[in-house]
Each structure stands twice: as C-alpha cells, then as structure tokens.
Design a protein around this ligand. Structure first.
Ligand SMILES: [Zn+2]
Length: 145
C-alpha cells in the first residue's frame, strides 16, 4: 500500500467516515502497520488537546465581549482611516491655497509646508500604531483560544 493510501485511510478512520467493514479492515491493518498506529496515537493526543480548548465551551458572555471588541476595533480603524484621509485632503488643499495665493511670502509658505508634512507624518504614525495594535490584539485573541 503506498504511503498516501495509509494516510488517506487513517484520516477517514479517524474522522469516522468508514463503514463497519472498512473500520474492521483498518483495525486489522493497524495491528500490522506501526506508522499508522503511531500517527493515530499522535492524532488522538492532538484531538484531546483541541477538544479541551473547544470554543463552544466558552461562556456566551466571553464570546459577546470578543466579538464586540473585534467590531469596535474594525469600527475604530475605519473611523481613523476616514479621519486621516479627510485631514490629509484638507491640509493638502490648505497648503495648495497658501502656496498659490499671490502675495504670500516664501517663509509663510515654507512654514505651512513644514506644518503639513509634520501633520501628515503624525497622522500616519498614529494610523500605523492603530494597525499594529489591532494586529497584536488579534494575535493575542487567537492564542487565548
Ligand atoms: Zn498503515
């Protein structure tokens, strides 16, 4: 029997997809095939661990809190993104007006330009921080499960 065949049958056996006859046949095979026996043992141990971490066993309130926080994070990220886009457009327009306005000295234009660049960097760093925090939040929730 080729290697894939062992694996395929083992999976079906493990998932309870075999009928009684196939089951009996595979049990016979298990007695003679050490690699299948070892793999089955490993899978059973793994299943025990994942079963003990079953999501369904979490109280309803924890789930609600989890989804609320996910929703809040998404909501806040979107809000931040919109806010930053709006601020960039407004300040960009403002700089454009200052630069193109006749009679404004170069110093004022330069000052506005620097302020705009500083503002843009500030907003982008806030956005980056938001995104990084959300990512690590998600990672922590994933691990907690
Ligand atoms: Zn085997």
């Amino acid at each position: 029997m080729p290697f894939e065949e062992h694996e395929k049958k083992l999976m079906r056996y493990f998932d309870g997809e075999m009928d009684a006859k196939q089951c009996a046949e595979f049990k016979l095979h298990l007695e003679t095939c050490e690699s299948c026996r070892n793999a089955l043992e490993e899978m059973s141990a793994l299943k025990e661990v994942t079963d003990s971490m079953k999501l369904a066993e979490l109280p309803e309130a924890v789930w609600e809190k989890y989804w609320n926080s996910v929703y809040n994070n998404i909501e806040r990220s979107v809000a931040w993104f919109l806010f930053i886009c709006g601020a960039l457009i407004l300040s960009g327009y403002w700089v454009y007006r200052v630069i193109t306005e006749p009679g404004i000295t170069t110093i004022v234009g330069l000052g506005c330009m620097l302020m705009f660049v500083g503002f843009a960097i500030l907003l982008l760093s806030v956005l980056r921080e938001k995104l990084t925090v959300n990512k690590s939040d998600r990672y922590i929730s994933e691990v907690k499960r």
